[in-house]
Design a protein around this ligand. Structure first.
Ligand code: FAD
Ligand code: FES
Ligand code: FES
Length: 502
């Protein structure tokens, strides 16, 4: 049926016509007059607009905090949308997250407060059901670190974060000390209602010359794309949302990938980790960290919880950005992608996907179906992100290094890939060449690092100058060498300012 249906709190909403680019925030504030959800930046940065989407996963409700300003309404099909107006308890009391904010005096002007509350609410609810894979908190520092991650996408300009974190400690401990909860009666009702409206078939909706297509299978997607090769493929919308809110682009035809179960796959097959095009960062993160523990900090620095809950790994590849965080990592790990169309599947080494600035090897009618990462590489692997802020910031330079040595400690394989150094994510060909078959020592690394100036001619822009980028790139390679040689040497600073080892 060509109707988008979702629950707004307890209310069933049915839309037979919807603009594919109507954001949840505009709908809430302008059409439903629910103004508890605020608009600050309209680009996913400040978190004032944070709302929660509840979905049925394994017969349980799973809660995701997202930025309403860049999520499109049509993508809510089959889900429940919760705003700050919806979360009071069944006894009409404040939710424990709200109550903790009151008790800790964690709100001054109040503009950011609904956003903080909703970020906390999603975390609290998932913890009640023990759905989150975050480690159990122990020390005060560990709790602070977890809350910093929960709130990395929420900005407060007047209260200060101290009271908000204090409030967080109260509700986090409260949620953790609660014995894992059975599904409540109220949740069981929502689950039943969501199952009844779950999107089961492909649908197409139009409004004022714009078309929204929601295929339910890869076959339906290839057909839709063959019929409309110029259509915009929409995954998490964390790039596309900004085309609408900041560049005011009118997108005529949008094809949403999020309802295709086959694109939600995370699988280990034949020594490869396969991640589908509709898998979000939050879904991929635990599996990536399990197989590549080195990636942990890098992945958590990648945006905020809200952005990781919506954005996909494949979207980060597909957008072709020279400063996307994942392509250097995946290229260093020798990943492949699968491009699919009505003509069939086409495997491609990820590094060959990036042809030039704004130009990728994607034929009309093709989409990226998945990315495949070789598991258990025998060599050493390191990743680095240099940005002005620790979280939620675009890289000035990112680097991923993979080096394999032989029995004589000579370099057998070197895959050194950088972001922010060229018009595309790019390997350092001359630098790699200078390492090959050489002893892995300081002199070799110094000589190879000096060649980065020939490998790259980076731009100067507001993030970093050309000279800064080159110097940092050289230093990152030296840091990687030091970390491999002497893992006990402190080479990093932790969240709380202490020195830590590699
Ligand atoms: C506040 C904020 C912070 C951010 N921080 C970072 C950061 O730290 N590091 C970083 O790298 N990025 C960052 N981003 C950018 C963005 O989150 C990523 O690029 C994200 O991975 C894009 O994925 P998506 O699913 O949201 O893509 P979408 O916005 O849905 O799509 C992005 C592009 O890819 C195309 N596309 C999507 N899927 C496919 C497919 N399967 N096949 C072919 N084409 C496809 C779309 O048509 C579009 O051109 C940030 C964005 C915001 C708003
Ligand atoms: S309004 Fe700032 S993140 Fe949405
Ligand atoms: S209380 Fe004013 S911005 Fe946070």
């Amino acid at each position: 049926m060509n109707t988008v249906r979702f629950l707004l709190g307890q209310e069933l909403i049915e839309l037979e016509s919807v603009s594919p680019t109507l954001t949840v925030l505009t709908y809430l504030r302008e059409e439903k007059k629910k103004i508890g959800t605020k608009e600050g930046c309209a680009e996913g940065d400040c978190g004032a607009c944070t709302v929660v989407i509840a979905e049925v996963v394994d017969d349980c409700l799973h809660y995701r905090a997202v930025n309403a300003c860049i999520v499109f309404l049509a993508t809510l099909d089959g889900k429940q949308l919760l705003t700050v107006e919806d979360i009071k308890t069944t006894r009409n009391e404040l939710h424990p997250v709200q109550q903790s904010m009151v008790d800790s005096h964690a709100s001054q002007c109040g503009f950011c407060t609904p956003g903080f509350v909703m970020s906390g609410f999603a975390e609290y609810q998932n913890r009640l059901h023990k759905l989150d894979d975050l480690p159990e908190s122990q020390s005060d520092e560990a709790v602070t670190t977890q809350l910093t991650q929960v709130f990395a996408g929420n900005l407060c300009r007047c209260t200060g974060y101290g009271p908000i974190i204090e409030a967080g400690k109260t509700w986090l401990i409260q949620a953790e000390q609660t014995t894992p909860q059975e599904i409540t009666e109220a949740e069981a009702t929502i689950i039943a209602r969501l199952k009844a409206i779950h999107p089961q078939t492909s649908k197409t909706l139009t409004q004022a010359g714009q078309t929204y297509i929601q295929p339910d299978s890869i076959f339906a997607l290839t057909e839709a794309l063959a019929a409309a090769p110029g259509a915009t493929l929409l995954a998490g919308g964390t790039d596309i949302g900004l085309w609408v809110t900041k560049q005011h682009k009118a997108l005529d035809t949008v094809i949403y990938l999020g309802c295709i179960a086959a694109l939600k796959r995370i699988e280990v097959r034949g020594g490869l980790l396969e991640i589908g095009a509709a898998v979000t960062y939050s879904e991929a993160l635990p599996v990536l960290i399990q197989h590549f523990p080195t990636l942990e900090e890098y992945l958590y620095r990648h945006r905020s919880t809200q952005i990781r809950n919506a954005g996909t790994l494949v979207g980060n590849i597909a957008n072709g950005s020279p400063i996307g965080d994942m392509p250097p990592v995946l290229i260093a790990l020798n990943a492949q992608i699968t491009l699919t169309s009505q003509r069939g599947q086409r495997p491609l080494a990820l590094e060959d996907y990036f042809i030039a600035y704004g130009k990728q090897d994607r034929q009309p009618g093709e989409f990226i179906e998945s990315v495949h990462i070789p598991l258990n590489p025998p060599g050493s692997f390191g990743v680095y992100k240099i940005s002005k802020r620790f979280e939620q910031d675009i890289s000035s330079v990112s680097a991923a290094f993979y080096v394999e040595l032989d029995d004589q400690r000579r370099v057998q394989t070197a895959r050194l890939c950088f972001g922010g150094m060229a018009a595309t994510p790019k390997r350092a060909a001359l630098c790699e060449q200078a390492l090959l078959n050489q002893p892995w020592n300081e002199a070799t690394v110094q000589a190879a690092a000096a060649l980065l100036g020939q490998d790259f001619m980076p731009l100067s822009d507001f993030r970093a100058s050309r000279e800064y980028r080159l110097t940092v790139a050289m230093n990152l390679l030296k840091k990687f060498f030091i970390q491999q040689q002497n893992p006990r040497q402190a080479t990093q600073i932790s969240y709380t300012g202490g020195l830590i080892h590699a």
